[in-house]
Design a protein around this ligand. Structure first.
Ligand code: SF4
Length: 450
């Protein structure tokens, strides 16, 4: 790693899966506001729907997700009962049902922690409440360790057509240090079973910066993963935040690669995947060249939302489950993170939403500038500002933040066009922060740039 990049690599910057980011959400937000936004959607609004399942069979030490390992399945049974009730309530508020859901995503946790019967009841409840469009993209995050041919077939029979799972690193010392035994043969078998069952898209997550990882181990994992031809691959840097995710205390600091080593691992993965025919997309995604995400990236029609990069163009994202975030034209609404608080509200017939943010016209303009930069590596911020009825001068103040990035060759600014060289994609978030009116340098508030 070039030493001049180090100060930028260590910066804490948001991931910009939304703007404003979730740290700006307010706890005095009224759930009645979110109900009003759902009711106000046009009858023919196109929806993206998200369901969060916060359970796993076993904790991976690196995990930063909102999840837990229940002692018995009873907790999941109670959770699903509350979820069904909340979906029904949401459908009643929306009022019309006409196959509005074009993207439906189950995340977690591990949604396949649930039994087939419980998963099916959730899919059916969403269809009853909102209507799942014929041809919708129906995706589920899974764990290859529990996959069987029967399970794969049961999932496609419910309508799932896309699946993603964590691969992370095949090296035994790394798997030992992260409490996740998932060797290559297991992933290869699961991939084959899912394809045989009819999944049109099988996606992997890889990581860098995990304990025990080396440039050699990530190249080996990326090479073997690419040989299995997953349709898409996401590559995330491990965020070590043991004060927030307590189980990360199981990871010893001295096993962690330092920032230059993390950078070298990310670059090595990038070189390996692109050499194996993958298009590098945005900050951290890869896709086969004939994948629709690659085509959308090429055409400048890709979007970014809480699930990362997407082709989704829905009018609203309606989310169910503890901690799940909905996004409406007017702002964001987040359900209680604590599953007891979440289910207690639902059992009383109330909304589980307890945080959120009504966005301003300026927020929405800045959101589009940031999204275009994060997706296209370039943005004409004056053109976006004009489309939203703003003088681009409103963005001037933050643009001074680009100067050190430009001096290091990590960004370019010509007239009203700001760009990031593709080879410096890891620093996209830093350049995007120049358009973030809420951005403050606060230690450990966001993940490091690298
Ligand atoms: S399976 Fe996924 S969600 Fe569950 S603990 Fe591991 S990384 Fe976290």
């Amino acid at each position: 790693m070039d030493a001049k990049l180090l100060p930028f690599a260590t910066q804490d910057v948001p991931r910009y899966t939304s703007y404003p980011t979730a740290v700006q959400f307010q706890s005095d937000f009224s759930s009645a506001t979110a109900d009003g936004w759902l009711k106000a959607l046009a009858p023919d609004a196109v929806l993206s729907l998200y369901v969060h399942i916060p359970f796993c069979q076993q904790l991976c030490w690196y995990c930063g997700c909102h999840t837990s390992v229940p002692n018995t399945y009873d907790r999941a049974t109670r959770y699903v009962a509350a979820l069904l009730k909340d979906i029904e309530r949401g459908g009643a508020l929306k009022g019309t049902k006409h196959g509005a859901v074009k993207h439906f995503h189950f995340g977690g946790g591990t949604p396949t922690y649930l039994t087939n019967d419980d998963l099916r009841s959730i899919v059916e409840a969403v269809d009853r409440a909102f209507g799942i469009s014929a041809g919708a993209e129906v995706a589920i995050e899974s764990d290859p360790r529990g996959m069987t041919p029967e399970r794969a077939r049961a999932l496609t029979a419910m309508g799932f057509n896309r699946i993603s799972f964590g691969v992370q690193d095949f090296a035994q010392p790394v798997m030992d240090k992260i409490n996740r035994q998932q060797p290559y043969d297991l992933v290869a078998r699961a991939t084959e079973e899912l394809r045989a069952a009819g999944f049109v898209s099988v996606n992997y997550d890889l990581m860098y910066g995990l304990p025990g990882q080396t440039v050699e181990s990530v190249i080996e994992t990326a090479t073997r993963s690419a040989a299995l031809k997953p349709n898409r691959i996401s590559v995330f840097g491990y965020a070590h935040v043991p004060w927030f995710a307590k189980h990360q205390k199981m990871i010893r600091d001295h096993d962690l690669p330092d920032i230059p080593a993390r950078y070298d691992q990310a670059v090595a993965i990038n070189e390996t995947l692109t050499a194996h025919g993958y298009a590098a997309i945005g900050l951290d995604h890869y896709a086969l060249l004939d994948d629709e995400l690659s085509r959308a990236a090429e055409a400048g029609t890709m979007h970014r939302n809480f699930q990362g990069y997407t082709t989704d163009t829905a009018d609203a994202l309606v989310a169910f489950g503890a901690s799940a975030i909905s996004e409406y034209p007017q702002g964001f609404a987040q359900a209680a993170r604590d599953t007891l608080a979440w289910s207690t509200a639902i059992e009383k017939g109330d909304s589980p939403v307890n945080r959120g943010l009504a966005t301003t016209a300026e927020d929405r303009m800045r959101a589009e500038v940031i999204e275009r930069l994060m997706c296209d590596f370039t943005v004409d911020y004056a053109a976006v500002a004009a489309r939203h009825g703003f003088d681009p001068a409103v963005l001037d103040q933050g643009l001074a933040r680009l100067e050190p990035l430009m001096a290091a060759g990590l960004a370019d600014w010509q007239g009203t066009v700001v760009s990031v060289p593709r080879k410096h994609r890891l620093f996209l978030r830093s350049a995007a922060s120049a358009f973030d009116a809420h951005y403050k340098v606060v230690a450990n508030r966001h993940a490091k740039a690298v």
